[in-house]
Design a protein around this ligand. Structure first.
Ligand SMILES: Cc1cc2nc3c(=O)[nH]c(=O)nc-3n(C[C@H](O)[C@H](O)[C@H](O)COP(=O)(O)OP(=O)(O)OC[C@H]3O[C@@H](n4cnc5c(N)ncnc54)[C@H](O)[C@@H]3O)c2cc1C
Length: 385
């Protein structure tokens, strides 16, 4: 069976990896260089953590997500992950951390509640003013995202049965007949066409443009005095939710950047427009950093990056069979990367084994479903260990 994949971010590449492991032929089209620095997947890091508010489906998916990454590390011959632990903070009436703790307890992975005194003692670099409750979990860490997609693209290049087409934008897709037409007006056909086009998906499939909305987000990389940087380089990641806003902090593991991002969706922006960040996009995040981090006034902005989420109304993933021969794959809403390897393996499995597409869509949306994840225990066909 031959599959065409449009998009060379983590979702397209992981699905190609999964299909090749299942013994299928794949052609992947990417409009830019591979990996494309404008893609959502291409930044120094992305976080993976168990706490998931009351989204039990996604909370349960974290263990299989880790197992899928382990399988990828084995195929790539290298691990692109550093554990940090997860510190979840709540304040100003928000209860995300408490809901996460309740969900984790219900699925048998209890979080430890820290008193505010404990929080100050264990994490003296944080200013706990405004924090109402704090929860700690040993699990969670940093996935080195851009290194992962680069290594995965290299790995696929060397696999029989895979053809990668960087710098080849697809102009239109026909998911009924399994065809794509490139900007150069060349038509390609396959048994299955998967659209994993990230924030550009509405261009190819306008019927989804209102459901899958590009959302421009800024992240700030900071330079810190050496002693502070050294202290933070042991972790933890911090997820702070106060009121309806949120901040996440990525510690500078293994010499990587020190990054803070804002989880509030802008729900606006054009992924093809300029990526320079504006002062008014940065200001609210700077203010939140000043409130949360001790010594913030000695930090300097190293660089600011504008990147795109593709968000749904309820933040659930959309992975749906569309037309007789097509799939739309958009697991994002700002939290998809951690599931990239798992989403790819499982979509490949569903396509290869004719599992029920509706069950697959429910599973990807974090809902009850008949899909049972069973990751291959042995090396892939032809896989080197
Ligand atoms: C600032 C930020 C922070 C995030 N933090 C986290 C986090 O901590 N944890 C987490 O789990 N997730 C996080 N995410 C979300 C995660 O990064 C995304 O969900 C994930 O990377 C989406 O991958 P994708 O493959 O769907 O899209 P992309 O990576 O955008 O890939 C889509 C690709 O399709 C290509 N393409 C588009 N149209 C065409 C076309 N017509 N022809 C050919 N190619 C095309 C694009 O060039 C692009 O390379 C974050 C996202 C952002 C932006």
């Amino acid at each position: 069976m031959k599959t065409i994949i449009v998009g060379g971010g983590i979702m397209g590449l992981s699905t190609a990896w999964g299909l090749v492991r299942e013994g299928h032929v794949v052609e992947l089209f990417e409009q830019g260089v591979l990996p494309n620095p404008l893609a959502s997947s291409v930044d120094e890091h992305r976080l993976i953590r168990h706490p998931y508010g009351d989204r039990t489906g996604y909370a349960r998916m974290i263990d299989p997500a880790f197992a899928a990454w382990d399988l990828l590390w084995r195929d790539l011959g290298q691990t692109f992950y550093a554990p940090t632990g997860t510190l979840a903070l709540t304040g100003n009436g928000a209860d995300w951390a408490e809901r996460s703790a309740r969900t984790q307890a219900a699925i048998g992975r209890p979080m430890t509640e820290l008193s505010l005194g404990d929080l100050r003692r264990r994490f003296p670099r944080l200013d706990a003013r405004g924090v109402e409750r704090a929860f700690w979990m040993e699990t969670g860490g940093v996935l080195f995202a851009q290194d992962i997609v680069a290594a995965l693209a290299r790995h696929l290049e060397s696999r029989p049965g895979v053809t990668l087409h960087p710098h080849t934008a697809v102009r239109s897709v026909d998911l009924e007949h399994g065809r794509v037409v490139t900007e150069a007006d060349v038509t390609h056909e396959a048994d299955v066409v998967i659209v994993a086009a990230g924030a550009w998906v509405g261009r190819l499939l306008p019927e989804f443009a209102r459901t899958l909305v590009p959302s421009r987000q800024v992240v700030i990389y900071f330079r810190l005095p050496e002693a502070q940087r050294a202290a933070w380089s042991k972790g933890p990641m911090v997820i702070q939710k106060t009121g309806d806003v949120g901040l996440y902090f990525v510690p500078p593991m293994q010499g990587r950047g020190f990054k803070v991002g804002d989880h509030s969706f802008s729900r606006s922006g054009d992924p093809d427009a300029g990526r320079d960040a504006h002062e008014d996009e940065i200001r609210p995040l700077i203010k939140r950093c000043r409130d949360l981090f001790r010594g913030f006034d000695s930090w300097r902005t190293d660089r600011v990056k504008a990147c795109f989420y593709t968000v749904t109304e309820d933040e659930r993933f959309v992975v749906e069979k569309t037309g007789a021969k097509g799939w739309l794959m958009s697991p994002c809403s700002g939290h998809g990367f951690k599931f990239g390897a798992l989403m790819g393996l499982e979509l490949a499995r569903t396509i290869a084994t004719n599992r029920d597409p509706a069950s697959h869509a429910r599973w990807a949306a974090g809902e009850e479903s008949d899909i049972h994840v069973s990751l291959p225990a042995s090396p892939p066909n032809g896989g080197e260990e």
